[in-house]
Design a protein around this ligand. Sequence first.
Ligand code: NAD
Length: 488
Amino acid sequence: MSVTKKDTTVLQNFINGAWVSSNSSQTLNVPNPATNELLTKVPVSTKEDVNAAVAAAKEAFSKWKKVPVPKRARIFFKYHSLLSDNHEELARLIVQENGKAYKEAYGEVQRGIECVEFASGAPTLMMGETLSGIAEEIDSEMFRYPLGVVGGITPFNFPMMVPLWMFPLAIACGNTFVLKPSERTPILANRLAELFSEAGAPPGVLNVVHGAHDVVNGLLDHEDIAAISFVGSQPVAKYVYERAAAKGKRVQALSGAKNHHIVMPDADMDKAVQHIISSTFGSAGQRCMACSAVVVVGDNEQFVKALSKKADELIIGNGMDDEVLLTPVIRKEHRDKVLGYIEKGIAEGADLIRDGRKEISDHPEGNFLGPTIFDHVTPEMTIAKDEIFAPVLSLLRAGDLDEGLEYIRKSRYGNGATIYTNNAKAIRQFREEADAGMLGVNVGVPATMAFFPFSGWKDSFYGDLHVNGKDGLNFYTRKKMITSRFEA
Ligand code: NAD
């Protein structure tokens, strides 16, 4: 990887409330995707580092599980206030290490803070259930308990929101946590741990171990880890799910996506174009809820022209510049993979109606790619099937809504889908038949909020209970039933 050298600091792990260097001397560069300047280096930690973190978390669990729930919740009130006080700084860190636009990063911080809000409701969430008189003089009660040590493994594209999907709720429920952030965006995780400690979290309750495969495998195999929360690409999600489940752990593994947006003939065209542009090209298409395939229903050349025109007008550049919408992809290696997909789309016969490769030479400093649109893509083509995770859009043509819904059904993924229409009958049919877990009606990014589950289907999710909402609560707790006889 070619990076401009600037900073040679190596990040430390956070274990038992202290910053400690990894056992390993191996590191990876963490460059700014917009400039390729070196921001820091991340250690490729070892299984020994994982073992130290898990031991600290296990020790902390013995005390933390007994801390009264309202007292645990109070730490999250304080954490909420610290995150809010540092909202701008956190957003700037995201822009630096991930490359997305400041406005997007600011929104991501907000989404993360909302997860802390949800976790602060732990006293209500943790309540059990009782029924007096299930039989004569017999009552039944259900109590909730934490699981133990939970491991979290997160992707590069939401360095704040995704870790906060996991550890606040897990810890508020009484568990302790070992986080393995993406090695491509590891900086923010350390700031999150620092602020959590400042909020009053005792040592060992949250630990951060940086690195790659060895750390992940160390967590998946560790006998003192009770559950694994994972978010990342499809092959890794499946691998994590299978390996951790084989070791008897609870697993939730959120995976890749190919999100279809259906544009009906009656849609408000200006608004549909606006939402699709921002969903497809915002964060350089590197969102699991990004629109990556549009199904144009009917002969709607006016929509296709308007979409292309808007794509031409997009401002490309560094996410710290206010007007910029299209920011870089995470690494040059990822862009090379995307260029391979563009070649494949052409070879398989799709019409390249907007070629974003022409903008690469205008921005040699970062990993940029201009907005790229293929028309007349068919569901069998590779670019229609694979998650490309870049500013590359496929337009598929459909005669009617049934055909559009069939395209969604054929996709192996089922994270999100959107319809643009004001027709109640079409909306109802879409709601009933679209084969995906998070639907939008005239909404470009129908991502759910912290009090609802983040609910992908098919190969977009492996497991049973999703992150956030009551699913998250049930994932991070186990239930105990007591049946008592009170004889007179
Ligand atoms: P990734 O799979 O490359 O990495 C995710 C995590 O897994 C990282 O911490 C990484 O270190 C680890 N990892 C990677 N390869 C591994 C391997 N072979 N063995 C063990 N561990 C490994 O994902 P990414 O590129 O960082 O993130 C983008 C992906 O995440 C996209 O596919 C996107 O759709 C998905 N994602 C999904 C959701 C969702 O809610 N479904 C949300 C965000 C991102």
